[in-house]
Design a protein around this ligand. Sequence first.
Ligand code: IVH
Length: 670
Amino acid sequence: MSKAAAQEIEKLREQIRYHDRKYYVENAPEISDHEYDMLMKKLEALEEKHPGLVTPDSPTQRVGGEPVEGFATVRHRVPMLSISNTYSDEELREFDDRVRRLLGGEDFSYVAELKIDGLAVTLWYENGLLVRGATRGDGETGEEVTANLRTIRQIPLRLTNGKKAPPVIEVRGEVYMTHKELDRLNKQREEAGEPPFANPRNAAAGSLKLLDPRITAQRRLRMFAYDVGHFEGINLESHHQTLSILGKVGFVLNPHTKQCKDIEAVIRRCRVWNEKRRDLDYEVDGMVIKIDRLDQRRRLGATSKSPRWQMAYKFPAEEAQTPLERITVQVGKTGVLTPVANLRPVRLAGTTVARATLHNFEELARKDIREGDEVVIQKAGEIIPQVLRVVKEKRPIWARPFPVPTHCPVCGSEVIKPEGEVYVRCVNIGCPAQIKERIKYFAGRNAMDIEGLGAALVEQLVDEGLVHDCADLYSLPLDRLVSLERMAEKSATNLLSAIEKSKRREIDRLIAGLAIPHVGTRAAEVLTENFASLDELASAPVERLEEIHEIGPVMAAAIAGFFRNEEIQRILEKLKAAGVNMVRLSTPGADGEKPLAGKTLVVTGTLGRYSRKEIEDLIKQLGGKPAGSVSKKTDYVVAGESPGSKKTKAEQLGVPVLSEEEFDELIGGK
Ligand code: IVH
């Protein structure tokens, strides 16, 4: 019986793998989704009856297991070095000259591949079975995300020619998300009140680093294989041969990879794809150019940072043109009025863009942006959509300059424009827009960090009259919460416990959360170092505040004025009565023992191990100050991948530039 079952199970698996390949790899399904589901159900039922016959490479085992606490770190057997970048044909020719020189005039050829904007991963197969997968991380070590990678249908759990598979092969490739999938995901996120992903790369990275593989499975990630790392028991001579083998054993290869006989052919290919990239259903940010022969690669070797046999050509940042349909005015947490461009939705660098910030009314006038104009937009730092300029020739005759508002669009009270400031402000502290924005900020990551209290929920709470100021959050009744639309009992209890937890935060978070004009997170930390409690800060005279290094006269005046406001005093009393911590918890002045005490650091480029926020928090914790731009006063620049102009500037000024590893060394592995 069991033998017959074993045979049937194996037969079903073979069938499913065959159809998986047809569907996910070759894009040419032979059976309907329904027929496929039936095969899968049959297999599941049989495996349930014979649990002893379940194997890890069974198609039923893509999503297995429970959420994890965190990811283990793995050291790559062969480092995943980064690639040098260029934006110019000239530098490609210089690269070619260098290769030619180093190879002593020998013949060589290139392979040009699309540079997919996702994240690099490595997959470790033993005897044809996927045993481990990891992210690139910093190139030396990455995060072990096997359970999540297993959910990607385009990653074979077992190599197709499993029987004669090499004992070990490490396959590398790019995990990415299609535009279509990102649109679907972002729509879902917006409906759920979660922030949308700004680009496909963030979406892919975010999805692969989820602690619950069941959610990753729903994200429909894909992968193109483009290289091997360590391998045993096979002989590889060239890149095109490597790719062909990867295709044979079940990986998806990018169909636009091409061998080029010389650098001019490469350059032509780059031009073609710079134009055609918009036709693809996935984001491509450049081309990767690789020397084909592996023996030549070995001879060329690598510098400390990147191989000498490969180069990335980056496309210029994408721009898009679209009509600006309407300018609306947003009111921020401190009452600042910001003009926003409402655009006819247009695709730009992987997402659909319908709005762009116009910063302030001076900028609006300077760029002479009007309703009805055709505008050119771009994403700043690949994230925030911005209007670059107007296409003047296309301006309709009726277009008029946008008037600077005299009244708040939300509460209708008169606005002011303080001398010397670029911002127009609504000064009605009871303005509903301000209230909402203040509470969102209070609950946000940079302030009290209340998990589960997102923008949509704050709007709902204010609109329903449950909350009028941030202190009201601490007296939310469970039954009223549960009665809100889209609020289940479980999420309501979770929210209340997150709110409760926020009572015990250090006061710098509370100070930041109050949204005092001009006071951001850094200033809130400085104030915390100088005052032992909120009461002490609230009663400090302007002169005392001005004495503090890093607190200028404008900020000092704003702080003193803020605490004189009776409404604010009332809110502070309420917070205190609710049991929110109002005194400094840490001991200041111990900075002398911290490795970065008194140092200013600028971080640039993409790091492997830290997010930008993480490294900046770490710098602060270790007594240092993270800064945004490089000057002579900068002590160190920490440069990740694709560092850009900040690194160049540091080099010009003689500021030491550290790699991520050197940074870790500097802080002594803290
Ligand atoms: S080869 C791990 N080939 O570009 C290094 N990389 O800027 C692999 N990428 O980290 C280098 N498409 O995430 C290579 N066809 C391709 C690629 C590609 C996208 C990414 C990869 C890498 C980054 C370097």
